[in-house]
Design a protein around this ligand. Structure first.
Ligand SMILES: O=P(O)(O)OC[C@H]1O[C@@H](O)[C@H](O)[C@@H](O)[C@@H]1O
Length: 628
C-alpha cells in the first residue's frame, strides 16, 4: 500500500477514509474507534497492476461479461487497474478523474470518456458520486458497478434485507433468472447474484437531494477541463451509505450488532456476493478466513438488455433521477403565442423551458393535454388568451446591432461544438450586450465579487435567464448548472438543470411566465413549463424537437426591488442575449458559458472574463473572433 498514492480523509468527529489513486478506489472507511466499515483483504495486493481486493473497486466500462462486447480479460473493465488523477481534495472529500481516449486507447474499448469518482466523508455517512462523461460523438455502451465490500464480523451473522420480490440473475446457476423469495437473504454457501432494477433508496427531502447532487456536480466540474472536445452527457450516480439503518444486518459486529444502509440513485441494479468457503479459499488475494469477513452489496448497471436500444441513440445515456424528482412539486405552465397554459398533475411536475417553432405546435400540445385531462391523467389545465404582442419581429437583434460593444468576441470552439449539437441553433445569430437594467427575457451574470457580495458561493459564475422581472420581483433560471441527471429511466431522457434553489411550484404557481419579444426568424419565443414525463414522451416520439427544450428543477427569485439593489452593489451584470445563447447546452463547453457571454458583451467585460480564468490553459488556447 505504501507504494501507491493514498489520500486520507478525516472528519472533525474522527471518521476516516483512505482513497487510492490507483483504481480511483475507496479503500477504507473507519469510525472514530478505528473500526472498519469497509472490508480490505489482509491479502490484498498493492502492486499497481492488479485490482485491490476490498473497499469499493470501480468496474467500468464493463462489469458483466454479457454486455457491450468490449471485453477485458476479467470482464470488470479497466479503470480499476489505472492510475487516476487527483482532481480535487480537502480534508473530507476527494475527487479523482480518469480520461480514456486520447491518453489511453489500447484497451479495446473504442469510446472516449472521462470518469470522476467523488468521495465525501461525513460524520454519519459516506457519499460516493460516480460521473461519466461521454466525450465521443457516438453512444457509449457499458455496464458498471461500484463493487462495495462491507466489513462483517462473520458471514454467518449476516442477513440482507430489502431484496424480496426482485428478480435476480444467479451467477452460480448460469445466470438463470429467479425471483427472490426471502425477506432476509442469508449465506449458507456461495451467493453471487445480480438483482435487476432494485429500488433506489432515497429518503428525506428530494429537493435537497437534488440540490446536493447539483452542488457536487458543480464542485467536480467547475474547473476548466484540460482537453475537452464535446459537452456530451454526464451520467451521475449517487451512493450514500448510512450507518445504523437497514439492509445489511451483522448481528456479530462490535457493540451488539451493526446495520448498514445502502442508498443509491441512478444505478438500476445491484450485485450481492460472498464466495463461500470453497471459492473464497481459492481466491489468492482473499483466502480463508478473509472470505468470511466480507459481503459485497454494490449498485451498478449490470443487466444488459438489448444493445439495439442503445445503438439507436446518438449518445447512449442513462441515469435515473426519478426517485429524486418524483415528489418535486412544480407547476406546469406554458406561455405560447401570447397564451398561457397551466397544467397540474398531482405533485408530479417538472419545469421546462421551450421555444415553440410555431403556433401550431402550441395548439397541438394543447390538444394533447386536453385529451390527457379527459383521460384523468392531468388534473387541470388553464389557458389565458392575451393580446397580440406589442412588439414582434427581431427588435432585440436590431437593438443588439445598435449597441454592440467594441471588442466583442465569439468563441470559435463553442461555435463549432454547437454546429455539431444543433446546426439550426448555431445558424441563428449569437450575441450578447450589456443593458442598463435587468429585463424580462434578458440575463443577469454574476460578477466576480457577486458570490461574496451576496454571501452565496453557489452563485459562482452563474448566468441567469430572467423569466420575469417587474414590480412584483424577479424570477430567473440558472443556465449553467446542469445536474447530470436526466428525466425518466429510459435511455434518451432529457437533461435536467438546476435553475436555482427555490422549488418551481412556489415560483410559478400564480405567475404568468413571459419572455417578451424574444424572437428570431419569425419564431415566437415561448417559455413552456409542463410535466416532464409528458414532454419526454412528446420529444421521444419526435413531435417536439429535444433541442428546443431545457428542463429545470428550481429557480432563483428576488423580492421587488432586490435585483436592482444587487445590480447596484455590483453583484450582477444585466445583459440581453440571443435565444441561441439561452437554449444551447451549457454542459462542458470548451469556453464556459459565463466567460462566453462576457466575451460576447465586449468592452469592459472582456477584462472580467479574462480575470475569471486567469491561469487557465484552456482559455488561453481558445480561439475567439468577432461575432457574426
Ligand atoms: O475478483 P473480482 O473480479 O474482483 O470479482 C469478484 C466477484 O465479484 C462478483 O460480483 C462476481 O459475481 C464474482 O463472480 C466475482 O468473483
Amino acid at each position: 500500500m505504501e507504494k501507491l498514492e493514498i489520500i486520507t480523509l478525516k472528519t472533525q468527529g474522527g471518521q476516516t477514509a483512505q482513497v487510492s489513486a490507483y483504481g480511483g478506489q475507496l479503500l477504507t472507511w473507519r469510525n472514530e474507534e478505528n473500526q472498519d466499515y469497509l472490508f480490505l483483504s489482509k491479502n490484498a495486493v498493492f502492486d499497481g497492476h492488479r485490482p485491490i481486493r476490498g473497499g469499493v473497486p470501480i468496474c467500468y466500462p464493463e462489469f458483466t461479461k454479457v454486455g457491450p462486447g468490449w471485453l477485458t480479460p476479467d470482464g470488470r473493465g479497466f479503470v480499476r487497474n489505472k492510475f487516476w488523477l487527483v482532481w480535487d481534495k480537502s480534508d473530507t472529500f476527494a475527487t479523482l478523474e480518469l480520461s480514456h481516449g486520447d491518453r489511453m486507447n489500447n484497451e479495446g474499448y473504442p469510446f472516449y470518456f472521462e470518469i470522476f469518482n467523488h468521495i465525501e466523508l461525513r460524520d454519519d455517512h459516506l457519499e460516493q458520486h460516480l460521473s461519466v462523461i461521454n466525450k465521443g460523438l457516438t453512444y457509449n455502451p457499458f455496464t458498471a458497478a461500484l463493487h462495495t465490500y462491507f466489513a462483517v464480523s462473520d458471514i454467518s451473522n449476516v442477513k440482507v434485507e430489502g431484496l424480496q420480490g426482485l428478480t435476480y440473475e444467479d451467477s452460480t446457476d448460469s445466470l438463470t433468472k429467479k425471483r427472490e423469495e426471502a425477506a432476509e437473504v442469508v449465506f449458507p454457501g456461495e451467493v453471487d447474484r445480480i438483482y435487476i432494477k432494485t429500488p433506489d433508496v432515497m429518503k428525506g427531502n428530494p429537493w435537497k437531494e437534488l440540490q446536493r447532487w447539483a452542488e457536487v456536480q458543480h464542485r467536480i466540474h467547475h474547473k476548466p477541463f484540460p482537453s475537452l472536445h464535446s459537452p456530451l452527457p454526464t451520467l451521475t450516480f449517487l451512493r450514500r451509505f448510512k450507518f445504523d439503518y437497514h439492509q445489511i444486518h451483522d448481528s456479530g459486529a462490535p457493540g451488539g450488532g451493526r446495520t448498514y444502509e445502502v442508498c443509491k440513485q441512478g444505478f438500476p441494479d445491484a450485485v450481492l456476493w460472498n464466495p463461500g468457503a470453497k471459492r473464497g479459499a481459492s481466491i489468492s488475494d482473499l483466502g480463508d478466513p478473509e472470505w468470511r469477513r466480507m459481503v459485497c452489496l454494490g449498485p451498478g448497471h449490470m443487466h444488459w438488455e438489448k444493445r439495439s436500444t442503445a445503438a439507436k441513440l446518438p449518445n447512449f445515456r442513462f441515469g435515473s433521477g426519478k426517485e429524486q424528482i418524483r415528489d418535486l412539486e412544480a407547476l406546469c405552465s406554458c406561455v405560447g403565442h401570447r397564451r398561457l397554459l397551466t397544467v397540474r398533475h398531482g405533485n408530479k411536475h417538472m419545469l421546462m423551458v421551450n421555444w415553440f417553432r410555431c403556433a401550431s405546435d402550441y395548439d397541438e400540445l394543447r390538444g394533447e393535454l386536453e385529451s390527457h385531462k379527459r383521460a384523468g391523467k392531468l388534473r387541470a389545465i388553464r389557458a389565458y388568451d392575451e393580446e397580440a404582442p406589442m412588439v414582434t419581429g427581431d427588435w432585440r437583434e436590431f437593438r443588439a446591432k445598435l449597441i454592440m460593444q467594441s471588442g466583442a468576441r465569439r468563441s470559435e470552439d463553442n461555435r463549432r461544438l454547437l454546429e455539431i449539437q444543433n446546426p439550426s441553433l448555431a445558424a441563428e445569430g449569437l450575441w450578447a450586450h450589456a443593458t442598463s437594467r435587468p429585463e424580462t427575457g434578458g440575463l443577469v451574470i454574476a460578477s466576480l465579487q457577486g458570490p461574496t457580495i451576496l454571501n452565496d458561493d453557489r452563485l459562482w459564475q452563474v448566468v441567469v435567464f430572467l423569466t420575469s422581472h417587474g414590480a412584483d420581483g424577479s424570477v430567473g433560471l440558472i443556465l449553467n448548472r446542469p445536474t447530470g441527471m436526466v428525466l425518466g429511466r429510459k435511455p434518451g431522457g432529457l437533461p435536467l438543470e438546476l435553475g436555482g434553489p427555490v422549488p418551481v411550484q412556489r415560483v410559478f404557481q400564480d405567475n404568468r411566465v413571459y419572455c417578451g419579444g424574444f424572437t428570431a426568424q419569425q419564431l415566437v419565443a415561448v417559455i413552456h413549463i409542463m410535466h416532464g414525463h409528458r414532454l419526454n414522451h412528446c420529444v421521444q416520439e419526435g413531435r417536439l424537437p429535444s433541442t428546443d427544450f431545457k428542463f429545470f428543477a428550481g429557480a432563483l427569485t428576488w423580492a421587488p426591488g432586490q435585483l436592482e439593489e444587487e445590480v447596484a452593489k455590483g453583484a450582477w451584470y444585466p445583459a440581453a442575449c440571443s435565444r441561441s445563447l439561452v437554449l444551447k447546452p451549457a454542459l462542458q463547453l470548451p469556453v464556459p458559458l459565463w466567460r462566453e457571454v462576457l466575451q460576447l458583451m465586449g468592452g469592459q467585460y472582456l477584462g472580467v472574463a479574462r480575470e475569471g480564468y486567469e491561469g487557465d490553459e484552456v482559455g488561453k488556447s481558445s480561439t475567439f473572433c468577432a461575432p457574426s
